[in-house]
Design a protein around this ligand. Structure first.
Ligand SMILES: Cc1cc2nc3c(=O)[nH]c(=O)nc-3n(C[C@H](O)[C@H](O)[C@H](O)COP(=O)(O)OP(=O)(O)OC[C@H]3O[C@@H](n4cnc5c(N)ncnc54)[C@H](O)[C@@H]3O)c2cc1C
Length: 423
């Protein structure tokens, strides 16, 4: 039976990069994926254009990977975002930078990126098999022995790299298969949860769907703890849906809802939307007062139409106890102050998030204390490596997760390849 030096399980960005790095060390490499093609999730990332990485400085990159980004310092020393850019450019794939440092192929097609990775792996002699689900990893007293396929076939290898991804969007093949294999080697799996995922709210104005489809541009969304302090705030765009909130800043805030609920044992987390993040409450009050005073006989609801999202106005007036038909001439003091408060902190109670099926990323995974950060090798099982989303690392969308997958994949492949080939 043929014995491989390295077997990589999973043909997403981490597994493809691991295969390439291992083969570059001269190792014989077999890449197994259970799907009918490689890089399926990569193919739908970044809206189908594949957000290959992000051009930010390393410290900034790590800040945008709130799920244990600091663990990546060593891996970034091996292969970072600049190396990713150079890697693709050397393969003839021109990249372009868009807003917030996001890097995309000039072709705007994810297929270009997936094909480049497969082409490079192929040119290095990596054997790639699709429709080949792995059932389990075989362990012996000395370390990893190989893998067993669902078909029953056993394949031997000096090193096995687990690149099976998380549990989100399972139809792409990421069904969490790597976790029980890690547990069988003695690893701990931290709690798994959907992240970068839309937020669910049971507020009556969500249930009534009166705001469904309303987009808010350049607002600030905060997740509050029960003591009234913001745990996190993100500024940008969001949208009300039939179940709650979605859009870029809602996705970014999503993981903190779980955090607050868990830490404080509360059934809901309070969110606040600042509709005018550039104004202090005082400056906003003066500005709105100036507008109303300029048309003293006009109903407030008509004065503020262009300034405040019209569909939100009745709700804002209602929460403040201010009659929208009132005019500046009859402005009541307390409801007016309450109106300003609600504009700066529109409250939305969030009960949770949508499930894994709708999450861009999986939070939690293989505990990082049990992984050697310079090599991605297990500290518990010689010859076993992990890379990509199966690890307890998660970033915001914007190329950070794919960067983490490439950097950990390269590191695992390089070390698995060089140590297996040397022995
Ligand atoms: C719609 C969408 C958009 C996204 N957009 C972005 C973005 O813009 N920026 C960003 O940074 N991240 C984005 N992400 C997240 C990013 O795509 C993932 O973090 C990344 O793909 C993880 O790479 P991975 O190699 O760890 O795992 P995956 O890409 O999940 O690949 C795992 C592979 O393992 C295979 N596999 C699993 N079990 C087995 C088994 N038993 N046997 C054999 N093979 C197996 C699967 O078939 C799969 O091909 C997005 C995700 C989604 C769903």
């Amino acid at each position: 039976m043929k014995r491989y030096e390295v077997i990589v399980i999973g043909g997403g960005p981490s597994g493809l990069m691991a295969s390439i790095a291992a083969a570059m060390q001269g190792a014989s490499v077999l890449l197994l994926d259970k799907g009918d093609k490689l890089g399926r999730k990569l193919g739908i990332s970044g809206g189908g254009r594949c957000n290959v990485t992000n051009a930010k400085e390393i410290d900034e990159l790590i800040r945008f990977i709130p799920g244990n980004g600091r663990f990546l310092y060593s891996a970034f020393a091996n292969f970072n975002n600049r190396d990713i850019i150079r890697f693709f450019e050397d393969l003839g794939i021109a990249l372009k930078e868009e807003d917030n440092g996001r890097m995309f192929p000039v072709s705007d097609k994810a297929k270009t990126v997936v094909d480049a990775l497969i082409g490079r792996a192929s040119s290095l002699g990596v054997e790639m098999r699709t429709r080949e689900p792995v059932r389990e990893i075989l362990y012996g007293p000395e370390g990893v022995k190989g893998v067993q396929l669902i078909s029953g076939q056993t394949l031997n290898a000096a090193s096995v790299i687990v690149a099976t991804g998380g549990r989100s969007v399972p139809h792409t093949g990421s069904t969490g298969d790597g976790y029980p294999w890690a547990e069988a080697a003695g690893h701990t799996i931290t709690e798994l949860y959907p992240t970068e995922v839309p937020i669910v709210s049971k507020e009556p104005f969500i249930a009534s769907r009166e705001l469904q489809g309303l987009s808010l541009r350049d607002v600030e969304l905060s997740v509050m703890n029960p003591k009234g302090k913001a745990v996190i705030s993100h500024r940008g765009d969001m949208i009300f849906t039939h179940f709650g909130l979605s859009g870029p800043i809602a996705l970014r805030c999503s993981q903190f809802i779980r955090q607050v609920k868990k830490k404080f044992g509360v059934p809901e987390a309070l969110l606040q939307i600042d509709l005018f993040p550039d104004y202090s409450a005082g400056a906003l009050e003066q500005e709105l007062r100036r507008l109303a005073a300029a048309e003293p006989k006009k109903a407030l609801k008509n004065v503020f139409k262009g300034k405040i999202p019209e569909r939100l106005l009745p709700l804002l007036f209602g929460q403040a106890g201010l009659n929208g038909d009132t005019t500046f001439e009859h402005l009541p003091k307390e409801p007016w102050a309450a109106f300003i408060t609600v504009l700066k902190a529109f409250p939305v109670k969030a009960s949770g998030t949508r499930p894994f099926e709708e999450a861009f990323v999986t939070g939690g995974g293989v505990h990082l204390k049990e992984i050697e950060p310079r090599t991605m090798e297990s500290k518990l099982m010689p010859g076993l490596y992990f890379c990509g989303e199966v690890l307890d690392i998660h970033g915001y969308t914007g190329g950070y997760n794919i960067t983490a997958a490439f950097t950990t994949g390269y590191t695992a492949g390089y070390h698995a390849g060089s140590s297996a080939h040397a022995n």
